[in-house]
Design a protein around this ligand. Structure first.
Ligand code: NAG
Ligand code: NAG
Ligand code: NAG
Ligand code: NAG
Ligand code: NAG
Ligand code: NAG
Ligand code: NAG
Ligand code: NAG
Length: 507
């Protein structure tokens, strides 16, 4: 579709028109859902680098994903539902009902599943006494206990990736700690994924532990105040652990029962927070926003990482990852916020369209409508696919080199010819980048990535070897840039976030 475009420009006091012969070809394509795909256009042009192809996953990791078992997921959810209620303050003296019986079962089950790890999985149940907070659903004090495994990293045990899913449940009245609260989708589904990951990884880590540490935790007290996840995040913060990510799954079960099935059966949303949770001062945040890097927080880079790794293995996961640039759903929250508050990157996985009839509701039939978070509204095949996305990204990230550090850019603007002697090399539409080369045995080379401002995902990549600086001939107005580390086995780290306040000057 050729058009002739007329350009107008002022020449002194007179108006002149020039005709160009440029042939305009629309680059906007439309996906099957009818939405325009603006992101992957060919603009801005680049004379360097390559179009980014999603990284692929080794066949050993892909074969782990195939072991994610919907039948076991069903059994775990059914077992948890059978405890009647798992309210954080519910009974702890019954062997069959309440949160006490549920956590004893979880501890026994996890201990059994971890046995093939030959001690490489450290199973524990750290607890603390949470005082009563009547206004937020804790009418009485109660023990809050997390059931977790830790796998120590073989290259950098300090660098840690944490999966969380909460096993407590609630009713419409959050203070009601005695009535039935099945909590199948919310959030036994996420606990079932935790148990599957422990089962699948146990024999693997016995032989080959991950390069960085992994913690897989089922946490309690979410519904009343994110108590268990906060306890875990603060414990890690107090121990000065280098926590690089929290993957929090919560409400990952509806699949075929959600509206817009079947599309929704093959999509998982990943929520990532913006600058609001960055633990850096306001002047740095202002500069991040003024340079357009507000979508390049560690949590959003984590989301991009999960989306890309999944895209490269989607013939196995059979899932799409939808990135949501929000900390959580509308006016709602979850356990990943405990990690964000502790200064750690964190994302939340949630089904694409929630089924509000079947979460937090008291089980009942009212006006012929069935309410309640019951197991018949969970699609185990869907939860298994979500589990594959989690296992894939958790195992890949813990075996990739560390995310690079101290990535920054030159603040030279370009057009400002400050003196007659300003060299022409200053007058280019380019960006100069700097970073520190890490002493990381996993590292093979660095890769600069960039994308046009309106794209969610990186579109371009350039291998820069083991240099600590490079110049990219792409206008810094039209793109945002990241840096990632590529391992000797091809696994790539998430991109690092850019320190917007650059100290170096072009030289
Ligand atoms: C196992 O984990 C618990 C809880 O994090 C910790 O207190 C304990 O020291 C760990 N044990 C080993 C052997 O690492
Ligand atoms: C909620 O449950 C608590 C504990 O059973 C009870 O004291 C309270 O009255 C209930 N609130 C409402 C609004 O029913
Ligand atoms: C972490 O340290 C703070 C300050 O010392 C302390 O108040 C808090 O109880 C600790 N939290 C945990 C979970 O260890
Ligand atoms: C772990 O990493 C953190 C920073 O990420 C650092 O403050 C801490 O000292 C490290 N701990 C050890 C034991 O190296
Ligand atoms: C913010 O941090 C920067 C860089 O560390 C520092 O130069 C600046 O003084 C800080 N500003 C405030 C308001 O603390
Ligand atoms: C998925 O694609 C990868 C990479 O092309 C290939 O190695 C693998 O065999 C494929 N797996 C399936 C189940 O098709
Ligand atoms: C990043 O900079 C900090 C502060 O200068 C330094 O302590 C740290 O070692 C640097 N990181 C790397 C990977 O060199
Ligand atoms: C970057 O690397 C060069 C050598 O390749 C070295 O001389 C220089 O000090 C490095 N710069 C920084 C900031 O580390």
């Amino acid at each position: 579709m050729a058009t002739t475009r007329i350009f107008a420009c002022f020449l002194g006091a007179s108006l002149a028109f020039a005709q160009d012969t440029y042939t305009f070809t629309p680059s906007i394509s439309f996906g099957s859902n009818g939405f325009a795909n603006w992101g992957a256009g060919t603009w801005p042009p680049a004379s360097v680098g390559e179009v980014l192809v999603p990284q692929s996953t080794d066949s050993e990791t892909l074969s782990l994903l195939q072991q994610m078992d919907p039948a076991r997921i069903q059994t775990t959810i059914q077992t948890l539902v059978n405890f009647g209620t798992r309210h954080t303050a519910s009974v702890t003296t019954s062997p069959t009902r309440g949160i006490g019986a549920a956590r004893i079962w979880l501890m026994n089950e996890v201990t059994e599943l971890a046995k093939p790890s030959n001690g490489m999985m450290n199973v524990s149940m750290p607890c603390y006494l949470q005082a009563a907070v009547p206004r937020s659903g804790m009418p009485i004090a109660a023990q809050v206990c997390n059931v977790q495994v830790e796998i120590k990293g073989s290259v950098d045990a300090n660098r840690t990736y944490v999966y969380t899913g909460h096993y407590d449940s609630r009713r419409l009245n959050n203070s009601d700690y005695t009535g039935d609260a099945p909590g199948a989708d919310d959030n036994a589904s996420a606990v079932a994924i935790a148990l599957e990951m422990i089962r699948i990884l146990a024999p693997v880590v016995a032989k080959t532990p991950p390069a960085a540490s992994i913690i897989i935790a089922t946490v309690s007290g979410e519904e009343q105040g994110l108590y268990g996840s906060n306890f875990l995040a603060q414990t890690l913060k107090n121990a000065s652990r280098n926590v690089q990510a929290n993957f929090n799954d919560d409400i990952v079960g509806s699949g075929s029962n959600a509206p817009f099935s079947p599309q929704n059966q093959h999509t998982i949303r990943v929520f990532g927070a913006g600058t609001d949770y960055l633990t850096i001062n306001s002047s740095i945040i202002k500069e991040i926003i003024s340079t357009g890097y507000q979508d390049d927080t560690p949590s959003r880079h984590l989301g991009r990482y999960i989306q890309e790794v999944n895209a490269g293995a989607s013939n196995v996961t059979e899932m799409d990852v939808a990135l949501i640039y929000k900390p959580d759903r509308f006016f709602r929250g979850g356990d990943h916020e405990s990690f964000l508050s502790a200064g750690f990157p964190a994302v939340r996985f949630t089904e694409p369209q929630e089924d509000f009839y079947h979460q937090h509701q008291d089980p009942r039939v009212q006006d012929s409508v069935t309410y309640g978070d019951e197991i018949e509204y969970v699609d185990f095949e869907y939860t298994a696919r979500v589990g594959k996305v989690n296992l894939l990204s958790l195992w890949s990230i813990a075996n990739a080199p560390a995310t690079p550090s101290n990535f920054t850019y030159d603040t030279n603007i370009g057009f400002l010819a400050e003196s007659l002697d300003t060299p022409p090399s200053y007058l280019e539409n380019i960006i100069k980048l700097y970073w520190d080369v890490a002493d990381d045995p996993l590292l093979d080379y660095y890769e600069v990535v960039w994308r046009p401002m309106a794209s969610q995902q990186w579109t371009h990549t350039l291998n820069v070897g083991l240099a600590n600086t490079t110049i990219i001939p792409v206008s810094k107005d039209n793109a945002v840039f990241g840096l990632r580390a590529v391992g000797k086995d091809g696994k790539k780290s998430p991109a690092t976030y850019t320190l917007a306040v650059a100290s170096q000057y072009f030289g």
